[in-house]
Design a protein around this ligand. Structure first.
Ligand code: SF4
Ligand code: SF4
Length: 157
């Protein structure tokens, strides 16, 4: 997405990294690991809902997460809107795995590049699922990635 288009969008509360220029992010992926563990009980790249871009020369790691767009195009595009992809009372978009058919319409609708929605591939069609950050909205302790970041470089905007 172009910078000016990004500046014109409005976002809900989402996970942010302390300024990547000064961030202490070690690129350890503890955030991604704990995220998939608390949601799915497994660890694997396709289960991540928080994405890291490691600068090979700069050694700076930039964290990318769902920005919870106010117009939530992923939710609007869902083939099973309000069943698979839902909105909670705070406007947070979350996925109910039981109803997700893995059609990827939400991923194609994501305005970010790369999309902030992940995808579990499987030869078994019933196991193909989209995965996105839901701000751990049912977790009493709040976002697990924030809680378990060892250098406290993540927070809720
Ligand atoms: S992959 Fe799942 S959440 Fe995404 S549009 Fe299809 S049914 Fe909805
Ligand atoms: S807030 Fe929760 S769902 Fe979102 S990236 Fe962090 S751990 Fe994952």
């Amino acid at each position: 997405m172009e910078d000016n288009e990004k500046n014109q969008r409005s976002f809900g509360r989402h996970i942010v990294q302390t300024s990547s220029d000064i961030s202490f992010c070690a690129g350890c992926n503890a955030c991604g690991i704990v995220c998939s563990l608390v949601h799915d009980g497994v660890v694997g790249p396709s289960y991540n809902r928080i994405f890291m871009e490691k600068g090979t020369q700069s050694m700076v790691t930039v964290i990318h997460t769902c920005q919870q767009c106010a117009d939530h195009p992923c939710y609007e595009a869902c083939a099973r809107k309000d069943q698979a992809m839902c909105l909670d009372e705070n406007g947070t978009v979350f996925i109910n795995d039981d109803f997700c058919i893995g059609c990827k319409r939400c991923i194609k609708a994501c305005v970010f590049d790369p999309p902030r929605i992940n995808y579990v591939k499987s030869t078994d069609k019933t196991k193909r699922k989209a995965k996105k950050c839901d701000l751990c909205h049912t977790r009493l302790e709040g976002p697990a990635c924030v809680q378990y970041c060892q250098v406290s470089c993540l927070k809720l905007s």
